[in-house]
Design a protein around this ligand. Structure first.
Ligand code: 1GP
Length: 249
């Protein structure tokens, strides 16, 4: 499978710097707000917008949010699906991800099989990604029936990440879960980064520039934040929070 436009864009940018993606969950964000947030993201230098969630991110609700983002910014929109229903024809790419440490085969290969023809029909660029859930895992850990990696067991995370790379996946995503009290431990990020040769994405519970600094220094190539701006009460507050996070890049 050849590398598509969005994946090339990610690689080109990674040659120069660490990246910051913002996650928008259509279940909590109206299309109008998503449009405004995406404009803000582009203004302050966010590299891509991810769209998805564990619950409710499907059908018209998903389509309307993706359309609003596309109308308001030129950033790539990458789907971050909770299952086969998280596909929208308006997106540029999809993290074609497998929850490697799920106990339920549906989240490892089942949803992927159910969604594959939809991705092909719509011509969305698939980017194969190993998705690994770390404690506490939050909603996605529960919904995805994960056996979350214990926070003090970095080698277990590295073993899954390397398995993902050897299975042909081209990105690894370490996920503490949206809204987690603490992000993935930097020590775990360091161990995984030393083990794999593909880009490492880290998300879940990242709230401060200091945490971003620790994680990028430990080896995270791409940082994902969602709640930080989702919970902001105004666009101004969202801007401030994003700018603070970006100081750590
Ligand atoms: C969740 O990693 C992302 O999938 C973002 O998490 O909402 O905690 O930033 P937050």
């Amino acid at each position: 499978m050849k590398i598509g436009k969005v994946e090339s864009y990610i690689h080109e940018r990674l040659e120069k710097k660490k990246l910051h993606f913002v996650l928008i969950d259509p279940d909590d964000t109206s299309p109008e707000l998503a449009g405004k947030l995406s404009k803000l993201c582009e203004e302050i230098g966010i590299d891509a917008i991810m769209v998805g969630g564990s619950t409710g991110a499907e059908g018209e609700i998903l389509d309307d949010v993706v359309k609003a983002i596309k109308e308001n910014s030129s950033l790539p929109v990458i789907l971050f699906p909770g299952s086969h229903v998280g596909v929208s024809k308006y997106a540029d790419a999809i993290f074609f991800m497998s929850l490697l440490n799920s106990r339920n085969p549906f989240f490892i290969t089942g949803a992927q099989a159910l969604g594959a023809f939809t991705v092909k029909k719509y011509g969305i660029e698939p980017i194969p990604m190993a998705y690994i859930i770390v404690e506490p895992g939050e909603t996605v850990g529960w919904v995805g029936d994960a056996k979350p990696i214990p926070r003090h067991k970095p080698k277990l995370a590295a073993a899954y990440a390397l398995a993902g790379q050897y299975l042909g996946m081209r990105l690894v995503y370490l996920e503490a879960g949206s809204g987690a009290p603490e992000p993935v431990p930097p020590e775990m990020v360091r161990t995984v980064k030393l083990t794999i040769e593909i880009p490492l994405i880290v998300g879940g519970g990242i709230k401060t520039g200091e945490q971003v600094r620790e994680l990028t220094r430990a080896g995270a190539d791409i940082i994902v934040t969602g709640t930080a701006i989702e919970s902001a009460r105004s666009l101004e507050e969202a801007r401030k929070r994003l700018e603070n996070l970006r100081k750590g890049l």
